[in-house]
Design a protein around this ligand. Structure first.
Ligand SMILES: Nc1ncnc2c1ncn2[C@@H]1O[C@H](COP(=O)(O)OP(=O)(O)OP(=O)(O)O)[C@@H](O)[C@H]1O
Ligand SMILES: [Mg+2]
Length: 318
């Protein structure tokens, strides 16, 4: 499988009066061409910050003290901003968290989509409209949506409009941050199917951020589990669900409801703060398998089976 995007030891920090919030603190991962990769983990673990770092769309007080991002071999973070701008939307596009609520309520969808296109492509209004129509079609929406105002659409449809916007310039990778949060189950299913279709019908690589493990199970090929600004486990969706290795992954999955499992366990304790991560393994204060070494040393993310990595002393980690 071809690697289309590679992240190496990426750190994304926020300067605060209490010191640096180390929200993403040394993440390495690969995205393969044509896959759907899920980024999972509890609220605040750094999922959105990771994507903002990769796409360099953060603003001060956020900064990147260290790390590399390669897209098709191009060192993205070293690119001058005007060069990076040429890649955004056209190659790497983004559906931000909460985007369905950020559509302007008093402007028709047509104008909002076309403004977005024209700010990234040197084409005519007519050509931009064709692109907008084709993007709407690829997310299964009729052309008359262009004539509508956001309030005339349901939350799920507004979210699909945002996905369509991200597709207008035929990107190679779409990053979708919490694309189904806040939708009812029918809309969730439909929108997940839309994301799945991007890959199946149009060959687009998808990186989907979601805290809900059930939606990763639905469409992802692989899942990357984040905790406290780090990646704790990566593997195929089947492996992660059938045999979770990291105690944190086991905890996340024990919190997914099903008919057989009504007595949900979840994970005891609270997620730590990026201003002061715990020593050693960042999960150790909440881990029921913790050993002495877990408090003292940080386990490294190690490949334990082909395509399966975990950062935990139960499986090596030194
Ligand atoms: N401007 C900021 N200043 C300081 N800390 C910040 C800032 N923005 C985000 N953070 C911190 O960075 C950490 C990671 O935030 P992020 O939004 O990436 O988490 P997330 O995994 O996407 O969570 P969610 O599932 O709730 O969307 C959080 O602890 C958050 O408080
Ligand atoms: Mg987020």
């Amino acid at each position: 499988m071809n690697t289309i995007l590679e992240v190496e030891n990426l750190k994304v920090y926020f300067k605060t009066i209490l010191g640096d919030a180390k929200s993403v603190d040394g993440v390495s991962l690969k995205v393969f061409e044509g896959e759907i990769l899920g980024i999972a983990g509890e609220s605040g673990c750094g999922k959105s910050t990771l994507v903002e770092g990769i796409l360099k769309i953060y603003k001060p007080p956020c900064y990147i003290p260290e790390g590399k991002v390669y897209y098709k071999g191009i060192d993205l973070l070293s690119l001058p901003e005007e060069e990076f701008r040429k890649l955004r939307w056209k190659e790497l596009s983004y559906v931000p968290q909460g985007s369905m609520n950020s559509l302007n309520p008093v402007i028709k969808i047509e104008e909002q989509m076309i403004d977005g296109i024209l700010s990234h492509a040197d084409i005519t209004y007519r050509e931009a409209k064709e692109l907008a129509l084709s993007a709407l079609n690829s997310v299964g929406m009729p052309p008359d949506v262009l004539e509508m105002y956001p309030h005339e659409l349901s939350g799920g449809m507004r979210q699909r409009v945002c996905i369509a916007m991200s597709l207008c310039l035929n990107p190679k990778i779409v990053f979708a941050d919490e694309p189904i949060t806040g939708l009812d189950v029918v809309m969730q299913k439909l929108n997940l199917q839309t994301l799945g279709d991007l890959r199946d019908k149009y060959g687009i690589t998808v990186v989907m951020v979601a805290h809900d493990m059930a939606c990763h199970a639905e469409i992802c090929d692989r899942i990357c589990i984040m905790y406290a600004g780090k990646v704790l486990e990566v593997g195929s969706t089947i492996d992660i669900f059938s045999d979770p290795l990291h105690p944190y992954t086991k905890g996340l999955l024990s919190a997914v409801p099903s008919l057989e499992k009504r007595n949900l366990k979840g994970i005891p304790g609270l997620a730590p703060s990026p201003l002061e991560w715990p020593s050693g393994c960042r999960f150790h204060p909440r881990c029921s398998y913790r050993m002495k070494i877990c408090e003292e040393e940080e386990p490294v993310l190690e490949e334990v089976q082909p395509g399966r990595s975990v950062a935990c002393f139960l499986y090596g980690g030194r």
